[in-house]
Design a protein. Structure first.
Length: 275
């Protein structure tokens, strides 16, 4: 017979854990001294501990292990337990592999974004017309995320990919410092879907000439350094912002690829027609 301290050293299982096994009915001492409460274990119980450790390494919980240690446990019972655990582990591996694949995709997108948009200078470019679903409203800037979520949910309900690049149309660009902003959130579509409620399906018109600047921005800030930078660049090129078309900002980083408070975006300021 072994005192619990000696049994603990032999099995490399702490005394506290042995007490826990006792309370669970998983491994009870062979003898408990009624006078002092000392617990004693037999050498044969070393095998039980080894079985518990082995089953824990296979992923079984203590509750799952308990019936597998019963004296008259049937082989079929053990086989079913092992089969269920195998399926559980295979599912966990499958889910973990999906998570790894998604992480790889995000790493690729980040690397591509850094490669394509790092140190991109301001430039004049043509913007093609685009079929969109959009919502326009005058709201506090802090509610921009609610509009974005509303349009994403609608597009998703129509079977469209919600991961496309969102565009914000600033209809009152000159009042960016105001608490309320007149904005339109737009998401590209691959097919015509019905307008519904606040959601309007239309063509976002082309921009024959727009000053473009790729930058990192916080969409909820009133002041954006990129705006000042691009307006200064336009002036340096002897160009004039157009009063006919609103300023646009396209998010080049999707919601799920956004880390921190900044996201990569392209600021587009339409300019007067140039030859």
């Amino acid at each position: 017979m072994l005192k619990i301290s000696a049994f603990s050293k032999l099995t490399r299982v702490s005394v506290k854990t042995l007490h826990f096994y006792d309370n669970l009915g998983l491994l009870k001492p062979a003898v408990v001294d009624e006078n002092n409460g000392y617990r004693y274990y037999t050498e044969e119980q070393l095998l039980t501990v080894k079985r518990i450790v082995a089953l824990k390494e296979q992923g079984f919980t203590l509750e799952q292990i308990k019936p597998m240690l019963e004296e008259n446990v049937l082989p079929e019972t053990v086989k079913n337990q092992l089969t269920d655990k195998k399926k559980e582990l295979e599912q966990a591996i499958h889910e973990a592999q999906n998570q790894l694949n998604e992480i790889d995709r995000r790493l690729t997108r980040i690397e591509e974004s850094e490669e394509h948009h790092q140190h991109t200078p301001a430039a004049i470019r043509y913007v093609e017309p685009q079929l969109i679903a959009s919502i326009r409203d005058t709201v506090p800037r802090t509610q921009l995320c609610l509009l974005l979520d509303e349009i994403l949910q609608y597009v998703r309900s129509c079977g469209e990919d919600e991961g496309r690049l969102l565009t914000i149309v600033w209809h009152d660009f000159g009042s960016r410092n105001s608490d309320l902003v007149d904005i339109e959130v737009a998401l590209p579509l691959t097919k015509v879907v019905p307008s519904r409620g606040r959601v309007k399906v239309s063509i976002l018109p082309e921009l024959k000439a727009a000053a473009s600047l790729v930058h990192h921005c916080n969409p909820y800030r009133n002041d954006c350094p990129a705006v000042t930078e691009l307006l200064s660049w336009i002036q340096s090129q002897s160009l004039v912002p157009s009063a006919k078309e609103p300023v646009r900002e396209t998010y080049l980083t999707s919601d799920k690829d956004m880390y921190g408070t900044l996201r990569l975006a392209e600021l587009l300021i339409p300019i007067e027609h140039i030859d």
